[in-house]
Structure formats: structure tokens, C-alpha cells
Design a protein around this ligand. Structure first.
Ligand SMILES: [Zn+2]
Length: 193
């Protein structure tokens, strides 16, 4: 968990077992009580490691369906820090709303990267989730959804999405999550009492 010192406001990364216990601030030396588990429920992300190779394999085995589902469901695994941060149901559901989904893929993928990067920042890691790739991938989806009605063009666009754009994006997203989970598996501070 991430918590600020009551006296000087310095941020501390604490092991979850510190909840409700007295912590000594390394910045100002004063002691304060870390928030209890209850106060932290909903703040903690539930992202989990998953091998990038398996994700890419599942992507190809399911013709991309796995990646679309998996990426949108990730929204559920992070605290909702903005009013329009979608839940998994909303994120996945809106992919199937005609016309609106032309916009939705870009929004969902871009916000997903922003939310992961936020969690990485809290953990002191650089922003590695590919926000820059989210919009182009979303635009390709919009093109694909539109081009479906023009046969040949749609075939090529969906080919690019399925063969390259989506597996690369999903792989990079998962890599940024794996690194975060790996880093957080090591507790960084211990309680003093
Ligand atoms: Zn302090």
C-alpha cells in the first residue's frame, strides 16, 4: 500500500501487513498509524502476472477474441480513480454497441494504459504501458468496424489488427503489468511496533 506521513506528507510504500500499525516516517522521524485494511479496500489493484507468450498464443488461438476480452476485463482490477473509469462489464459491453464502439476501443485501451501507468507510478516505476499505441489500435478497430461493410478493405484491416496490432499491444500491456507485480511482490518497509 501507498500512504503519506501524517506530519510531513512524505509518501511511503508499505507492506500490507503494516495496516493499522505504527510506522516511523523515514523522512521526518515521527511515528504515525498506517491506515487500516478497511480504509484501503478498493484502493489496491488486483492486477496479476501472466506470461506474455501465453497471452499472445491465446490471442492467435481465439482469432483475437481472447485479447479483446482480457484487456477490457483488466479495467475491473484497478481502483476507480476517475468518475468515468469503466468497470469490466461496461468496458466489454460497449465494444458491442454499434457506432459507439467506433470510439470505444480507443477510449478503453487508452484509459487502460493510463490506469496501469498510474499504478506503476504509485509503485515508483516508469510509465511503460503503451498509451501511445492505444489510439492507433483503437483507430484500426474503428476502421475495421466501418470497413466490414466494404468487404476487401475490411479483410486487410482486420488482418493487421489480428496479426500484428492487437497481439503487440496486449503483449506490451501485460509486460508492464508483470513488471509491476514482480516489483510489488517484495515488501519495502516493515512496522516498528
Ligand atoms: Zn514524516
Amino acid at each position: 500500500m501507498k500512504t503519506a506521513c501524517n506530519y510531513c506528507g512524505a509518501w511511503h510504500d508499505l507492506d500490507d501487513t503494516c495496516a493499522g500499525r505504527t510506522i516511523r516516517c523515514t523522512a521526518c522521524g515521527k511515528s504515525f498509524i498506517a491506515p487500516t485494511d478497511l480504509a484501503l479496500t478498493g484502493q489496491r489493484h488486483l492486477l496479476a502476472s501472466f506470461p506474455v507468450a501465453s497471452l499472445v498464443l491465446l490471442h492467435y488461438l481465439t482469432a483475437g477474441a481472447f485479447s479483446v476480452m482480457y484487456l477490457n476485463l483488466l479495467h475491473e482490477r484497478m481502483p476507480r480513480l476517475r468518475r468515468d473509469d469503466p468497470s469490466a462489464t461496461v468496458a466489454l459491453g460497449l465494444c458491442f454497441i454499434p457506432v459507439f464502439n467506433l470510439y470505444w476501443f480507443a477510449f478503453s485501451f487508452h484509459r487502460l494504459c493510463a490506469r496501469i501507468n498510474e499504478q506503476r507510478q504509485f509503485a515508483g516505476l516508469p510509465e511503460l504501458a503503451p498509451s501511445w499505441l492505444a489510439i492507433p489500435v483503437g483507430v484500426l478497430f474503428a476502421c475495421g468496424l466501418t470497413a466490414t461493410f466494404f468487404t476487401t478493405a475490411g479483410f486487410y484491416v482486420w488482418g493487421i489488427i489480428g496479426a500484428v496490432a492487437l497481439p503487440v499491444f496486449a503483449g506490451m500491456v501485460q509486460h508492464s503489468i508483470n513488471e509491476l507485480c514482480e516489483q510489488q511482490a517484495t515488501p519495502m518497509a516493515a512496522p516498528v511496533a
